[in-house]
Design a protein around this ligand. Structure first.
Ligand code: CP
Length: 315
């Protein structure tokens, strides 16, 4: 199995590389720990310093606001020392390989590396090279973004009370989305009844990659009676070359407006991993409306990342 190295022989997390290959019990344990940490934080405004003396390195080879900041806050609020590694001024700019960067920082007793990279598989490759440190995937290519998947599952569980039996529509550039892939793995593991993937045909994945999902280029059909609607960021450069599709026509055909949201269940949850293109994939009044869980997702990000770091690093 590709991610066997995520779990040690006792079933405990060794690295966090993807939700595929993680059993339901491991995903639920992370969600339960995140919810417990959130309750403690909100009640007391502080947390036991479970990671005191530990060092977490943020190794981001791609831009990030939410993931990088929330890993940083999560680690610091549990007492860890955090190094935000500056790629531009590091020796990677002189040609040092990412494996040598890992080995160099591990020699300084770094305990965990949070890795975002444009190449699929870079976190897994680093996990294979790590001598002692844990690797956490903060998003690789279009392959996986496991902590985004976890924070999405937590937001759904909070508002709907369960994931089992729900109908979920994921809309946008599915083909290039690591968020869609991690969400699908997590939703399947927790028993979602149906998952519909929707977007313009050139941005849809091959059906063989998602055999148990419905793939649909008609947004209105995809939204029909959905319990949860997850909108994805559209990258303007990906639609500019598509015939008859610019930001305005994308909004007209695939944007989540109030009128379109009415096709889903009346209490359907609206989600988006961010960053948002207002007026392109989602209308502002929907993004900011009562059905939106977008800022809950952001808030959950800190706690699922705490849960993951604590499981990986707590002595
Ligand atoms: N959702 C997400 O990964 O956002 P960032 O790119 O800002 O981390």
């Amino acid at each position: 199995m590709m991610h066997a190295s995520q779990l040690d022989t006792d079933g405990r997390l060794r690295h966090l590389l993807g939700l595929d290959g993680l059993p339901r019990v491991a995903i639920e344990r992370l969600l339960d720990d995140a919810a417990r940490l959130r309750a403690q934080w909100r009640e007391h405004g502080m947390l036991p310093q479970a990671l005191a003396g530990r060092t977490v390195v943020n190794l981001f080879f791609e831009a990030s606001t939410r993931t990088r900041t929330s890993f940083d806050l999560a680690a610091r609020r549990l007492g860890a020392l955090v190094v935000n590694f500056d790629i531009a001024s590091s020796s990677t700019s002189k040609g040092e390989t990412v494996e040598d960067t890992l080995a160099t920082l591990e020699a300084m007793d770094a305990d965990a590396f949070v890795v975002r990279h444009k190449e699929n598989g870079t976190p897994a490759m680093l996990a294979a090279h790590a001598r002692r440190a844990a690797i956490l995937n903060a998003g690789d290519g279009n392959r996986a973004h496991p902590t985004q998947g976890l924070l999405d599952l937590l937001a759904i569980r909070d508002r709907k009370g369960r994931v089992d039996g729900l109908s979920v529509a994921i809309c946008g550039d599915i083909r290039h989305s690591r968020v869609a892939r991690s969400d699908v793995h997590g939703l399947r593991a927790l028993g979602a009844a149906s998952i519909r993937l929707c977007g313009p045909a050139p941005l849809l994945p091959d059906a063989s990659e998602f055999p148990d999902c419905a793939i649909e280029d008609d947004m209105d059909k995809a939204l029909d009676s959905a319990d949860v609607v997850i909108m994805l960021r559209i990258q303007r450069e990906r639609i500019e070359h598509l015939p008859n599709l610019d930001a305005d026509s994308y909004h007209a055909r695939y944007g989540l407006t109030r009128a379109r949201l009415a096709r889903a269940k009346p209490d359907a949850l609206v989600m988006h991993p961010g960053p948002i293109n207002r007026g392109v994939e989602i209308a502002s009044d929907v993004a900011d409306g009562a059905q939106s869980a977008i800022l809950d997702q952001v808030a959950n990000g800190v706690f699922v990342r705490m849960a993951a770091l604590a499981q990986l690093l707590e002595r």
